[in-house]
Design a protein around this ligand. Sequence first.
Ligand SMILES: C[S@@+](CC[C@H](N)C(=O)[O-])C[C@H]1O[C@@H](n2cnc3c(N)ncnc32)[C@H](O)[C@@H]1O
Length: 274
Amino acid sequence: MTNPEYILGSDEAEIDRLQTQAAILAEPTALLFQRGGIRPGMRVLDLGSGPGDVAFQVADIVGPDGFVVGVERDPAQIAAATARRDRLGLGNVEFRRGDARTFVDDEPFDAGVCRLLLMHLPDAADVLAHQMRNLRPGGVFVAVDYDMGGARALPEVELYSRVRDWLWAGFEYAHVDPFVGMRLPVLFGQAGYDDVGALGLQAYWPPENRQAAGYVVGVVRAMKDAIVASGAATEDEIDLDTLELRLGDALGAAGAVYTAPTVVGGWGRRPSRT
Ligand SMILES: C[S@@+](CC[C@H](N)C(=O)[O-])C[C@H]1O[C@@H](n2cnc3c(N)ncnc32)[C@H](O)[C@@H]1O
C-alpha cells in the first residue's frame, strides 16, 4: 500500500476489484453525471481516478471536443489507468499524480467529478471547497459515492447481516464513512456551492444472481485486515475462501432480493460571482 491514509491499497487484486465494481456502477454513474450537468465539449477534472473507469466514462460523455484530467495520489493506480487509456486509444484523457486536497491546475475546468473518494476523506467538505478554485465561475462539481445504509437482503439472511456488520465495523476502524452519500447535500452546502442537489440510485438483484455475493465478498476481501483489527471477526470466522459460495447459497436458499448500496450523486455549481 503506497498511500498510508487510504485503507484499500492498490495491489493487483484491488485494481481488478475496482474495475469489476466500476462495471456495476457504470449505469448509475452515467445517469448521475448527466443529471449533475456533465455535457459534451467540457474539460473535466476527475479526482481519485484510480484505474481510470470514471475518466473513461466521462470521456465518452464529453466526446472528442472535451478533455478529462484524472488526478490520483497512487502511482500504481496511475500506471494501470494510463496503460488502459493507451489500450483504448483515448486521446482526450490524461492522468496526473496529485492530491485532491491540494491539486490546482493552471487552467480552469468546466466541471469536476469524483467517485468513491469522499468516503475516504474525513475532511470532504474542505476538499470540495478547495476544488471550487479549479472550476470556472458557474462550473459544476458532481460527486458520486455510496450510502451503504441502503444495502439489505429481503427476507433477512443471517449470514448477510453478519457480513454487513463486519464491514461496518471495518469501515469505522479505518475511518471510512460508508454512509457519506447521505451527507452529500450537506457537504456541498458547507463547501459554498450553489444549486445543490442529490439523487440516489440502487440495483435490485434477484436471489439467483451470484453477482451479489461476489460484490459483497469483494469488499470484505479488500477490508479484511481492518475487519479483523476492529475485533468484529477473526480470519477463521470470515473464512474468505468459502465466503462467496456460502453467501450466494444463503441468499439463493432464502429467495432473498439483495439491494446493492445506494449510489448517490451530489452536485453543486461554483457561484458565478466568485
Ligand atoms: C475506491 S477508489 C475509486 C477509484 C475510482 N474513482 C472509481 O470509482 O473506480 C479511490 C481512489 O482514490 C485515491 N485517493 C485516495 N485519497 C486521495 C487523495 N487525497 N487524492 C487523490 N486520490 C486519492 C485512491 O488511491 C484510489 O485510487
